[in-house]
Design a protein around this ligand. Structure first.
Ligand SMILES: O=C[C@H](O)COP(=O)(O)O
Length: 255
């Protein structure tokens, strides 16, 4: 990555794991291990854990994020949580468009764009996820698809608001499978995303833009992935639940 222009961002995505009490314990374990990090550190937790996470991270260098939000401010949307609600708690980040949301809960590029804009309007920073399935990779449409996902998700987002967006490139075939993209594969797609940002905005915005890789990133492979010029961080699933492994990744991003 270009250290002069971009600081690395390591975010844990806890997915549907941990009770509030377990969240507090996990953060207490992570805190001392990452306190000297020379990168941004974030934990994204289930909604029910956010209060505990905000309390446990107080005065630390760890930011807190949610894993999704709805585009309306309030209303009859049973089971949903608005961006305003998250912001009012003191939550700073939200993941939008994770492939698990797209695959299991019917998220489309259009709903991803609505959620993303609502999050920005509420003052949240966004980790936007894009990425291809194995079938799409084999069809040779990865670059085109990821560029399209990026373009639609960022529709209506101003150059100023773009500063509050990070993109996580997550090849679906690498998520939770132990099959990591090679460093070259990760960098290739991250550079396509940067090129897309350049076309949609300008070169300065693209140079300053943070792009993470996600998909079976762990303590062993993090350094090689993070060494790639267009990989500015990681969105970590499984390994973010293991304090020592998460801390190793943070360390690799701090070099
Ligand atoms: O959001 C995180 C990704 O889905 C990666 O998950 P993973 O590290 O368990 O493969």
């Amino acid at each position: 990555m270009n250290k002069k222009l971009r600081k690395a961002v390591i975010a844990g995505n806890w997915k549907m794991n941990k009770t509030p009490a377990e969240a507090t314990k996990l953060i207490e374990e992570i805190k001392p291990l990452v306190k000297d990090a020379d990168c941004d550190v974030i934990v994204c937790t289930p909604y029910v854990d956010l209060s505990a996470a905000l309390e446990a991270t107080k005065g630390s260098n760890i930011g807190v994020g949610a894993e999704n939000c709805h585009w309306e401010k309030s209303g009859a949307f049973t089971g949903e949580v608005s961006a305003d609600m998250l912001a009012s708690m003191g939550v700073q980040y939200v993941i939008i468009g994770h492939s698990e949301r797209r695959t299991y809960f019917g998220e489309t590029d259009v709903t991803v764009n609505k959620r993303l804009r609502a999050a920005l309007d509420s003052g949240l920073s966004v980790i936007l996820c894009v990425g291809e399935s194995l079938e799409q990779r084999e069809q040779g449409i990865t670059e085109e698809l990821v560029a399209m996902q990026t373009k639609i998700a960022l529709g209506g987002v101003s150059k100023d608001d773009l500063k509050k967006v990070i993109i996580a490139y997550e090849p679906i075939w690498a998520i939770g499978t132990g099959k990591t993209a090679t460093a070259q594969q990760a960098n290739e797609v991250c550079s396509v995303i940067r090129e897309t940002i350049k076309k949609l905005y300008d070169a300065a915005s693209a140079d300053a833009f943070t792009i993470q890789y996600g998909g079976s990133m762990n303590a062993k492979n993090a350094a090689e992935l993070l060494d790639q010029p267009d990989v500015d961080g990681g969105l970590i699933g499984g390994a973010s639940l293991k304090p020592a492994d998460f801390a190793e990744i943070v360390k690799a991003a701090s070099r």
